[in-house]
Design a binder for this molecule. Structure first.
Ligand code: NDP
Length: 245
């Protein structure tokens, strides 16, 4: 996939989809810096899965602008540049609009959308200068079709799609590509919250009849991060087993 020797930054890389993305980039030979509030067992996991993995955890809360700035300064001091950025960190704070607190609105916007702006801004100048780079934003099918009880989440993910296309237009002539992945329902701690009845109902809506695996998102991310997708920018690839086709 040609990411050998590239430097990648992944937000929310400790668990779930982000963990699979970090692992697939490491397996393909990239050096990976990943952000999350805590590392948990992730560093040991990556080192046990990939011999000689060049992987670094940064304890960064992506709602903290100064922490993001500091981490990118640290990375750019240690590395010649950043080739790949994956904006993956995300949360849900579900509730019907009438009962949704302003805090639940704001925190979802900050962590899911504003963080992608801050991280992309931190790398864009370097990528443009080097005439090379790939940014992948993890949005959601919910950003395309909406979902009752997730107005904050859907707005943040739809915002991420608009952000992807706008940044892609700004950077395309400098060979910096910006794309998004819209996963459907993927087995992670985020979807663990669903009860059996919700799960059954969901699976019933998926043409492929099953929930997806984090690896199935990571492989598409590797494709978008690598030169295999060298003529693709401003796109949103849905990884949802046919959901929202
Ligand atoms: P998980 O909850 O399993 O993992 C979330 C990751 O983000 C963790 O590494 C977590 O680490 C990190 N994170 C959360 N908040 C912050 C924060 N404030 N600062 C830094 N890191 C943070 O989520 P998923 O893997 O399921 O989701 C990953 C992305 O995929 C999200 O953007 C989500 O919206 C999107 N997605 C997921 C779908 C699914 O079905 N699972 C479907 C569609 C989209 P820590 O808590 O230590 O900070």
């Amino acid at each position: 996939m040609q990411v050998d020797g590239r430097v990648a930054v992944v937000t929310g890389g400790s668990r779930g989809i982000g963990r699979s993305i970090v692992l697939s980039l490491l397996r393909d030979g990239a050096a990976v810096h990943y952000f999350s509030r805590s590392a948990g067992d992730s560093l040991e996991f990556f080192r046990s899965e990939v011999d000689g993995a060049d992987v670094t955890h940064h304890a960064v809360d992506v709602s903290d602008e100064d922490a993001i700035k500091g981490a990118f300064e640290e990375i750019l001091t240690a590395r010649p540049g950043i080739d790949i950025l994956v904006n993956n960190a995300g949360i849900t704070r579900d509730g019907l609009i009438m009962r949704m607190s302003s805090e639940d609105w704001r925190s979802v916007m900050e962590i899911n959308l504003t963080s992608a702006f801050l991280c992309s801004r931190a790398v864009a100048r370097h990528m443009i200068k080097r005439r090379s780079g790939s940014i992948v934003n993890i949005t959601s099918v919910v950003g395309k079709i909406g979902n009752a009880g997730q107005a904050n989440y859907a707005a943040s993910k739809a915002g991420l799609i608009g952000f992807t296309k706008s940044l892609a237009r700004e950077t395309a002539s400098r060979n910096v590509r910006v794309n998004a992945i819209a996963p459907g329902f993927i087995e992670t701690e985020m979807t663990d919250k669903l009860n059996d009845q919700q799960r059954e109902q969901l699976v019933g809506q998926i043409p492929m009849g099953r929930i997806g695996a984090a690896d199935e998102v990571a492989s598409v991310c590797l494709f978008l991060a690598s030169d295999a997708s060298s003529y693709i920018t401003g796109e949103v690839l849905t990884v949802g087993g046919g959901l929202a086709m």
